[in-house]
Write a protein that binds this ligand. Structure first.
Ligand SMILES: Nc1ncnc2c1ncn2[C@@H]1O[C@H](COP(=O)(O)OP(=O)(O)OP(=O)(O)O)[C@@H](O)[C@H]1O
Length: 324
């Protein structure tokens, strides 16, 4: 089966006052057609840089190296920005976390939606307006005909996020990247927006790369989960397997830090310490200074991301050896 996104050996570095920030270090990522892959990890671990690089949208200061990038079977490794522009919106699109920044504040919602349709298809203004209103209705915007004429600041945060979702799905792309799509919203609205995103993704069979720092968010949505720590993937598995039996000590820590509303016996446990300085990472496994199971080998060399006998991928010398 053709993959929606396939990136091989992605590296992103930033020069920073004479130092080198290693934001992403040799990430391989595959999002299969129609599936939801959640990329999870603490703030600063490199999730956004990974996802932006998949669209070739990284900040101009960043130096990006990769062996190969394929979008829906098309090898775009050497595509120019102009070539990528033709793909963005039609084959791949993005939902950002802050709708107020992502939307143009001086243009009505309707105009911004119309532009997407008219940019990718030769259709009349009238046809674009009809499609925009239909798309706004599909994401649950009440009085869509009226809201079509509204400016972004005239809508609530939840409504704006619904507009971004409508825009992302507008040209029926094969893959969508959603970077923390609900972080800027209050908790009651977050669940509604995630439900909408999940419903649209399933209905349209769109592949989704969902970026989040919150494992509870992925519980209901992800088919597979990749866990990132300090620029590297440390564990990757089908969602159910990973959530029921996390193998990497960092994934275990993330799980323990998730408050489970349905399990009042579980305690809220924070992972001690913090991510290493991205310009001064420790020798060996980057997680070893925070790891309760760290052995001598962990302090010496970075473990590889290897597949165990059960087909689970994990980057840890001690995985499977430690007891609860
Ligand atoms: N424009 C930039 N200049 C310098 N360093 C940057 C820049 N953008 C990101 N970084 C660094 O790259 C690393 C990875 O950042 P990234 O935004 O990908 O992390 P993240 O996991 O998405 O975090 P968050 O959840 O907070 O967005 C961090 O150490 C960050 O400080």
């Amino acid at each position: 089966m053709q993959n929606a996104i396939e990136v091989k050996n992605l590296k992103v570095v930033f020069p920073d006052r004479g130092r080198m920030i290693r934001a992403v270090e040799g990430v391989d990522l595959t999002v299969k057609k129609g599936e939801c892959l959640a990329l999870v990890g603490e703030s600063g671990c490199g999730k956004s840089m990974t996802s932006l690089s998949c669209m070739k949208l990284q900040p101009s200061l960043a130096a990006v190296r990769l062996d190969q990038l394929c979008i829906c079977g098309e090898d775009v490794t050497d595509y120019t920005d102009r070539q990528m522009q033709a793909l963005r919106g039609s084959k791949i699109s993005m939902i950002f976390q802050d709708a107020l920044t992502a939307l143009n504040p001086v243009m009505t919602i309707g105009k911004q939606m119309d532009e997407i349709y008219r940019c990718h298809e030769k259709i009349s203004k009238k046809e674009a307006k009809m499609r925009s209103i239909k798309a706004l209705k599909a994401v649950g915007i009440p009085d869509a005909e009226l809201r079509y004429h509204a400016f972004p600041h005239e809508l609530s945060g939840g409504m704006r996020q619904r507009v971004l979702i409508a825009m992302a799905f507008a040209c029926e792309p094969e893959v969508i990247i959603a970077d923390e799509p609900t972080t800027a919203l209050d908790v009651t609205i977050q669940a509604q927006i995630l439900e909408l995103l999940s419903k649209m993704q399933k209905e349209k069979q769109t592949a989704l790369l969902l970026i989040t720092h919150d494992l509870s968010v992925v519980r209901s949505m992800a088919d597979r989960i990749a866990v990132m720590y300090s620029g590297k993937i440390v564990e990757e598995a089908p969602a159910k397997e990973l959530l029921e039996n996390p193998l990497h000590p960092y994934t275990k820590g993330l799980m323990a830090a998730v408050a489970r509303l349905d399990d009042d016996k579980k305690e809220f446990v924070q992972i001690p310490g913090h991510l290493p300085d991205p310009a001064d990472k420790p020798a060996g496994c980057y997680f070893h200074p925070r790891c309760p199971y760290a052995a001598t080998a962990c302090k010496k060399a970075m473990p590889l991301l290897t597949q165990n006998q059960q087909g689970r991928k994990v980057r840890c010398y001690e995985a499977g050896k430690f007891k609860e």
